[in-house]
Design a protein around this ligand. Structure first.
Ligand SMILES: Cc1ncc(COP(=O)(O)O)c(C=O)c1O
Length: 461
């Protein structure tokens, strides 16, 4: 490691990173990234790494786009900021119209936020507002999935259902109810696909009936549960859940923070992939390809009309941010979408995504790989050392071990406990997928060998 890298790591000890273990502050071993180009990033010692998670599911158009830099520069010079309260700007106005044109069904209005968390939080506050204005203030319960992730605001984190994230923090527990994730790994051998689907959908209906439909406001669901480990629900799940929402006068919030803007080969996945027209969609990440922060909530005309009809003088949605519709972010978003369309990146994501899913299946031959799943340019390779054990302690480190080996070999994967998650830039080619799969294979094999050498695991265990 160069002296420059060592110094940066020392400085970085002052940076409290997301999900930092406070007891371990000061023991920073993070790779310091310096620059990026296409699907590759370079660390502070000049090493090239394939960026398989596209940062954090976000650098969809790839790194180092000069035209993104230029549009951001130009907008800063033209007008760096305008209050979204009483004023608007060309980029914010145009970008909202463009997003509405891409959105499913009658989702013709956009509320801009600063990131995915503030998008989910605003959407959930909008649901509360909607029911209050409609004269149904008792309808407040939020139903979401165990293993779902919806951000780090108080309400979004409360809606999130990852058990491990619940330690030592407080949540709006009285408002939220979690149902099991529709995880195909949990389908019993004797169950048919239809029976498993019924069971998953039944979990939602059971929760609504237990809580009382008059108390239930919204079902929040990621189309694919992303950071829960790329959980792909059974076919028809979302459509059946939407039917239940209609039946019980609940709203359906599709959290597309990860899946929108090309990850599944379409601008939005809700309708194009899952055949649903939700009431609300949240998005961020690929919205600007992570070049600059921005999030958005898409709202259906149906809800807005209902509010206008029953709101009278009291339908002011008192929620917003200084940076809602930030002109620089909006200008970046417009350019980002232009690049995606010009370079047909959604088509590429569909074609190369399918190839990636096929190629990754070869990893099943490695003894510790227990599942390989995904859709489009989202994939997860799950490893299991400790078959079926409730205590995953032995498995904890496997994702990190794999990531460490992969980084040595020139690949970043996103380790989540015993899983490695990949969501590369939409620009990725089949050759680069081959490179990614080959390195990942070697990384997993090396991590497995470490476990054998350390006596943690043996092929017969
Ligand atoms: C589905 C989903 N919703 C919301 C969020 C929160 O977004 P952000 O980190 O931009 O606040 C994330 C972040 O990964 C996410 O995956």
């Amino acid at each position: 490691m160069s002296e420059k890298t060592a110094e940066l790591r020392r400085d970085d000890n002052q940076f409290i990173h997301p999900w930092d273990d406070i007891a371990k502050l000061g023991e920073n071993e993070r790779t310091v990234l310096e620059r990026g180009e296409g699907v590759y990033v370079y660390d502070s010692d000049g090493k090239r790494l394939l960026d398989a998670p596209a940062g954090m599911w976000c650098v969809n158009v790839g790194h180092g786009r000069e035209e993104m830099a230029k549009v951001i520069y130009d907008q800063v010079m033209e007008l760096p900021y305008a209050s979204p309260w009483s004023l608007t700007t060309g980029p914010a106005a145009q970008f909202s119209a463009q997003i509405a044109a891409e959105a499913p069904g009658d989702m013709n209005h956009v509320f801009f936020t600063t990131c995915g968390s503030t998008a989910v939080d605003s959407a959930l506050r909008f649901v509360q507002f909607y029911n209050n204005v409609r004269g149904k203030p008792g309808k407040k319960r939020i139903i979401s999935h165990q293993k779902g992730y919806h951000g780090s605001t108080y309400l979004g984190a409360s809606a999130s259902g990852k058990e491990r994230d619940k330690n030592n923090l407080d949540f709006a527990d009285a408002l939220v109810h979690h149902i099991p994730a529709p995880h195909s790994l949990w389908k019993k051998v004797e169950q048919s696909d239809a029976e498993f689907l019924d069971q998953c959908v039944g979990n939602l209906e059971k929760a609504i009936l237990e809580l009382g439909a008059d108390n239930c406001a919204v079902f929040v669901s990621e189309p694919i549960l992303a950071s829960g480990g790329v959980i792909v629900p059974p076919k028809g799940y979302h459509a059946r859940c939407l039917e239940l929402c209609r039946k019980y006068d609940m709203l359906y919030l599709s959290d597309e923070v990860v899946t929108a803007f090309g990850r599944l080969g379409h601008c939005f996945a809700s309708e194009a992939v899952f055949d649903i027209k939700p009431d609300l969609i949240t998005t961020a990440k690929g919205l600007t390809s992570g070049y600059i922060p921005m999030g958005a909530v898409l709202v259906s005309d149906r809800l807005l009309k209902e509010l206008a009809d029953c709101g009278g003088d009291s339908a002011v949605f008192s929620n917003g941010f200084t940076y809602s519709g930030h002109p620089v972010a909006a200008a970046a978003g417009i350019k980002n979408l232009e690049i995606m369309k010009r370079e047909k990146l959604f088509d590429n994501a569909r074609e190369v995504g399918e190839y990636m899913q096929q190629q990754l299946q070869s990893l099943r031959d490695i003894p510790i790989v227990s599942d390989v799943r995904g859709i489009g340019l989202m994939a997860c390779v799950e490893c299991e050392l400790n078959q079926g054990a409730a205590d995953l302690e032995k498995d904890y480190d496997i994702g990190n071990r794999i990531d460490k080996h992969c980084q040595e070999l020139g690949l970043i994967v996103r380790p989540i406990i015993n899983m490695c998650v990949m969501s590369p830039p939409l620009t990725i080619s089949k050759d680069q997928i081959d490179e990614m799969v080959l390195i990942l294979k070697t990384g997993i094999e090396r991590a497995m060998q470490d476990c054998i050498d350390e006596g943690i695991w043996s092929p017969s265990s």
